[in-house]
Design a protein around this ligand. Structure first.
Ligand code: FAD
Ligand code: DHB
Length: 392
């Protein structure tokens, strides 16, 4: 088999790349190790920056998002038993959108299949070769048969546990990493959200985030231990903990049946550069942020916009944008790394925190909610800084 761009991973990054390339007349093949159903039902992110929503809209996959997504103009920060609103739109002129990542994935798969573009689901043993040659190749096993796809370029969009990064020779990449001593226990519940806006709460017992997926579905997260035993968390215990950690609002949370629960580890990671020869890493395959700032999916979409534009230019004979791919992504990546680390540090309880540390967190929260300058800085990062013009 031969294609122009071989894409490993059918998460938001890989699917969006295939979609943007298709619109420019560039062929690709997407390889995914899970089933279509699995990727369409994997519940993860929910918050899209305005820039992300704009990219989906402009590229023709925003129709359902426009109908079903919830546009928000602010968030709440809770601490010390009181709630404070950060007026994102008033402060930045930008809004944010709640629309589940799995819905974005469904829309992108539907667009891909509608134009007849190939996605090979349930492949295994993906291997890359010839990354520094003119024509690299991907091989994989599909339904018991080994296939080989020759490409001009390969996009490694296979997430944090993917294999593509591992095919870059030793010594090329520098890895930057930070582990956090906690995780998030996330739930999805059949309960109407009590607040129209997201609530980020710092509490003595640990951080809690209250968010939503629709007018009848609540999503919430509780800071927990990295090795938290889900079996120890009955529905009752989860709701009790949410009531306690989210206290400070005018209304009591509505409870409902918990239909999904899981534990997400927290990690910061960046590899530099994000490319080697004809392999380009994008999204979680190249960088991870702790979810507190809601940046992971949004960064993946930004990487893909930069990569798609560079590939289009390369097919027109101008390779310099591809050569500068990493450099053009990493500036935004590091800004988001800092913001995500900062939000995480301000809102979570760290083991061994002493009263001094607690006062520092509260002083920071009071500053962010009390100073227009500090609130604006937080709001512009949260809503997402405008994309740089990549024509340069
Ligand atoms: P992925 O979505 O991980 O996609 C990679 C794909 O590659 C997967 O389909 C995987 O099955 C496939 N794959 C892996 N290995 C192989 C292989 N060897 N061969 C073939 N295929 C392979 N981000 C936000 O922006 N906003 C939020 O609100 C937010 N909240 C989050 C909440 C939680 C609880 C979590 C866990 C994450 C959150 N994120 C958020 C982060 C966001 O979900 C990720 O950053 C996003 O999924 C990255 O997309 P991706 O396409 O790069 O990677
Ligand atoms: C959601 C997840 C986040 O990590 C976040 O910061 C905001 C919203 C969500 O799942 O809706």
């Amino acid at each position: 088999m031969r294609t122009q761009v071989g894409i490993v991973g059918a998460g938001p990054a890989g699917l969006l790349l295939a979609h943007l390339l298709e619109r420019e007349g560039i062929e690709s093949v997407v390889l995914e190790d899970r089933s279509r159903r699995y990727v369409e039902e994997r519940v993860r992110a929910g918050l899209l920056e305005q820039g992300t929503a704009d990219v989906l809209e402009r590229s023709g996959v925003g129709e359902r998002m426009r109908r079903e997504g919830l546009v928000h103009h602010g968030i709440e920060l809770r601490f010390d038993g009181a709630s404070h609103r950060i007026a994102i739109t008033d402060l930045t002129g930008r809004s944010i959108m709640i629309y589940g990542q799995q819905e974005v994935v469904k829309d992108l798969i539907a667009a891909r299949l509608a134009c007849g573009g190939p996605i090979l689901f349930e492949v295994s043993d993906v291997a890359l070769e010839g990354l520094d040659a003119r024509s690299p190749a991907i091989s994989a096993t599909q339904a018991g048969t080994r296939i080989r796809i020759e490409c001009d370029y390969i996009a490694g969009c296979d997430g944090t546990h993917g294999v593509c990064r591992g095919f870059i020779p030793g010594g090329v990449l520098t890895h930057f990493e930070r582990e956090y001593p906690f995780a998030w226990l996330g739930i999805l519940a059949k309960a109407p959200p009590v607040s129209h806006e997201l609530i980020y709460s710092r509490h003595q017992r640990g951080f809690a985030l209250y968010t939503m997926r629709s007018p009848s579905l609540t999503r919430a997260y509780l800071q927990c231990k990295p090795d938290e035993d889900l079996a120890a968390w009955s529905d009752r215990r989860i709701w009790d903990e949410l009531h306690v950690r989210l206290q400070g609002g005018a209304k009591r949370l509505e409870e409902g049946e918990i239909v999904l629960r899981g534990v997400t580890p927290m990690r910061s990671y960046v590899c530099e550069p994000m490319q080697y020869g004809r392999l380009f890493l994008a999204g979680d395959a190249a960088h991870i942020v702790p979810p507190t700032g809601a940046k992971g999916l949004n960064l993946a979409v930004h990487d893909i916009c930069v990569l798609a534009q560079a590939l289009v230019a390369a097919y027109r004979g101008e390779r310099s944008l591809l050569e500068r791919y990493s450099e053009r992504c990493l500036r935004r990546v590091w800004r988001a790394e800092h913001f995500s680390w900062w939000m995480t540090s301000m809102l979570h309880r760290f083991d061994g925190d002493d009263p001094f540390q607690e006062r520092l967190q509260l002083a920071q929260l009071e500053y962010v909610t009390g100073s227009r300058a500090a609130a604006t800085s937080m709001a512009e990062n949260y809503a997402g800084l405008p994309y740089e013009e990549h024509g340069r």
